[in-house]
Ligand binder design. Structure first.
Ligand code: SF4
Length: 317
């Protein structure tokens, strides 16, 4: 469990992004067509770790027709158009050393981005994700802050980091800190973004919310949730470590929590799982009968039983 992460911490492995920077060797990809860039990425991925500059070029071009996530909005964000996430230019809500993450991760140097591609009625972080509270920070200023900060890792979160992928790659290109990179996300990324993240992020810290697509559609306004999340979790574990968070929602243990945990246990290889019971009915939760309340005593007992059942996945918090 978390093998890659622990090896980086003990100095036995380099974080992927530093390997990717070594592969740059001053190469310039700006004159290539998009097809040529994707072919080059595929070729480089088969050989080893692709250059960071190649991924930056791809991510920057995607911004002209944004398909960073499975919303596939197709807006030109370079010209200031906005899609569902309402992110035009990157805004950062806060950067600080987080002591409340999973025990393996703390202290964690956490970068919170404003904006999100989800519209969760119960968002526990809605000031950042839905009200987009944050400010513009030049990438070189963030590099300087991260270089001089503590923490065992760098933790890219929000809102969601996905709409900010080009910005994150720009920061990584200026960074030299030998710490694991954590992609802390709803993992509703497009196939293209998953290819860019592959062999770049050392740990995927994911938020797996639902099993039933009808729940995902009604409460987060997303389509095809289960298919995308299953596919991306399987892709993520091919190259990185996985920590999966599941926030248990009131009234959703049978339709979502139980089948989701069964799938994780049977289909994924050694993920670390965190079954979370701190749900609060905030933001627009009171507009939905099922989630407009706290978890009740029986639901909390059921969560304890599930943590026992899945203790081999580290679900012990
Ligand atoms: S990041 Fe996702 S939600 Fe935002 S504009 Fe791009 S495709 Fe749309």
């Amino acid at each position: 469990m978390l093998e890659r992460y622990h090896k980086i911490l003990s100095g036995k492995l380099q974080p992927y992004y530093l390997n990717a920077k070594e592969r740059d060797r001053g190469r310039d990809f700006s004159s290539r067509t998009m097809d040529e860039l994707w072919n080059e990425l595929e070729k480089e991925s088969k050989r080893g770790i692709p250059p960071l500059e190649l991924k930056r070029e791809l991510a920057d071009r995607i911004m002209r027709n944004c398909i960073l996530c499975e919303r596939i909005c197709g807006v030109n964000r370079e010209r200031g158009e906005v899609g569902v996430c309402k992110v035009s230019e990157t805004k950062i809500s806060s950067v600080f050393t987080h002591l409340g993450e999973e025990r393996e991760l703390v202290p964690s140097q956490t970068v919170f981005f404003a904006g999100c591609n989800f519209k969760c009625a119960f968002c526990q972080n809605y000031e950042i994700s839905q009200l987009n509270q944050g400010r513009k920070v030049a990438p070189e200023m963030l590099v300087e802050k991260l270089e001089n900060s503590g923490g065992k890792n760098i933790n890219w979160v929000g809102g969601d980091p996905t709409p900010n992928l080009p910005y994150i790659l720009e920061v990584l290109s200026g960074l030299s800190k030998e710490v694991p990179q954590i992609w802390n996300s709803n993992l509703y990324l497009s196939e293209e973004s998953m290819k860019i993240l592959s062999k770049l992020m050392d740990v995927y810290l994911t938020d797996f919310k639902y099993w039933d697509d009808r729940c995902a559609k009604r409460l987060s306004k997303v389509e095809d949730y289960k298919h995308v999340l299953k596919k991306n979790h399987l892709l993520a574990e091919e190259t990185g470590d996985l920590i999966i968070r599941h926030l248990v929602l009131p009234s959703h243990i049978e339709c979502c929590t139980k089948p989701l945990l069964e799938w994780i246990d049977s289909e994924l290889d050694e993920p670390r799982v965190n079954i979370m019971s701190q749900y609060r009915p905030v933001w627009n939760a009171d507009q939905h009968e099922d989630i407009g309340r706290y978890l009740n005593a029986e639901e909390k007992r059921e969560i304890r039983r599930l943590r026992d059942k899945y203790s081999h996945l580290g679900a012990d918090r």
